[in-house]
Design a protein around this ligand. Structure first.
Ligand code: ZN
Length: 66
């Protein structure tokens, strides 16, 4: 796991979060927390992106200890 792929995973997660937030503030159902299908999909994508970034980070940290 390289530093570049950790950064890549992190910026992907940021991008997904930005997309989701942009949607939230322009979507009345999502603003009321009764998420529309698009909002739900974006939230799921962001959570997955976060998890991927966390895995990349942990993998790099584990390599650093060797
Ligand atoms: Zn929505």
């Amino acid at each position: 796991m390289t530093a570049a792929s950790v950064d890549q995973a992190a910026s992907r997660a940021d991008e997904l979060y930005a997309n989701y937030m942009r949607h939230l503030y322009s979507c009345p159902p999502c603003l009321r927390e009764s998420y529309c299908p698009a909002g739900t999909r974006m939230r799921t994508a962001w959570k997955r992106g976060q998890a991927a970034a966390m895995r990349a980070y942990r993998a790099r940290a584990a390599e650093g200890r060797r």
